[in-house]
Design a protein around this ligand. Structure first.
Ligand code: DAH
Length: 333
């Protein structure tokens, strides 16, 4: 048998392969026969013939191993695989609209130099009310407005993110420039326009010589970034225990462009946040010297801003997790 013959061997089925193995490599196979004849080879040729024999044996073993592999590979050769078929669509999840808007708010204020701060949702009276200059008999301290976990000592669900102002001032000295996004709770009957929990973003800036003009400029920049470059703002005097003076800010209605529509009740303006200069009592209560520092603060409702951006008419949509609603935010990033 010649070495070159080995190359030409084929086996399409396990049976054919086995036949080859028996024919060449079994006890009574060709190779063993040749080995047996080896005895008769003249001594001076033994070396050369021996080498040839070994070569032949190895070549056969390798060939059979290779044939076995090709056979195994062709067993699962996926002849029915259609490489031109379009892939199954990947179902991507969507971000919650409130998350999208919160992230956008964070983005805008980050660009203005604000960093993030955080505080607990289960709070004590001091951080939610006391440190924020609420009078002892303020109605927010009433069970009608606030969810209490325990009373005396009072442990409650924070009713606003202003509590994080106090948390921040406890651990930092000015300059302070933070925004605090988070969930807040109020004892309200759930309806299309009110919910027992919602989301706010609080802002706080304290440094030397911070003025109301600084506040106004930052809020104007925010409004334009959020609602478009020709958005107008107006500030109306208001009252909050923790700011003096206080204001509420309206933006020109982004639905009718300020002309007047049902959404803005024909006024052309919609309210989006409360703000003011941090009351010196608040600075002092939180360990900051009000003779050196001044500051401003603001707080906005994320649901409110989301409603304006996406015209969600019913607040309950945000917490019902109806996928038909959530999937509408598919294209937003
Ligand atoms: N905490 C207020 C609320 O929940 C919102 C607010 C108003 C926050 C004025 C502020 C502010 O920081 O200066 O209605």
């Amino acid at each position: 048998m010649l070495l070159s013959e080995v190359d030409g061997l084929t086996a399409a089925t396990p049976q054919e392969w086995d036949a080859l193995r028996i024919k060449y490599l079994s006890k009574k196979g060709v190779v063993n026969d040749l080995m047996a004849d080896f005895r008769n080879v003249p001594a001076e040729q033994k070396r050369e013939v021996g080498m040839k024999l070994n070569e032949l044996k190895t070549a056969l073993q390798e060939k059979l191993a290779a044939l076995k592999e090709t056979m195994a590979a062709s067993e699962d050769n996926h002849d029915d695989l259609d490489l031109t078929r379009t892939p199954y669509p990947v179902r991507l999840g969507t971000r919650h609209p409130l998350t999208l808007v919160r992230n956008e708010i964070i983005d805008i204020f980050s660009r203005l130099g604000f960093t993030l701060a955080d505080g607990p949702e289960v709070e004590d009276d001091w951080h939610v009310f006391g440190s924020m200059n609420f009078a002892d008999d303020h109605p927010a301290r009433d069970m009608q407005d606030t969810f209490f976990v325990t009373r005396q000592p009072d442990v409650l669900l924070r009713t606003h993110t202003s509590s994080v102002q106090s948390r921040v001032m406890e651990t930092m000295q000015p300059p302070i420039r933070v925004i605090c996004p988070g969930r807040v709770y109020r004892n309200e009957a759930i309806s299309a326009r009110a919910h027992c929990f919602f989301h706010q973003v609080e802002g706080l800036y304290i440094d030397k010589n911070v003025s109301f003009a600084d506040l106004k400029q930052v809020l104007l920049t925010f409004a334009r970034e959020m609602f478009g470059a020709d958005t107008k703002i107006r500030l109306r005097p208001s009252y909050f225990p923790f700011t003096e003076p206080s204001a509420e800010m309206d933006i020109s209605c982004n639905i009718c462009g300020g002309k007047g529509c049902a959404f803005c009740k024909q006024t052309g303006w919609v309210e989006i946040l409360g703000c003011g200069m941090v009351d010196p009592n608040v600075l002092e209560a939180n360990g900051i010297d009000s003779s050196i520092y001044t500051g401003y603060a603001f707080g906005m409702g994320v649901e409110r801003i989301t409603n304006l951006k996406y015209q969600v008419k019913d607040l309950r949509m945000f917490s019902e997790n109806d996928v038909r609603f959530l999937e509408e935010f598919q294209s937003a990033n």
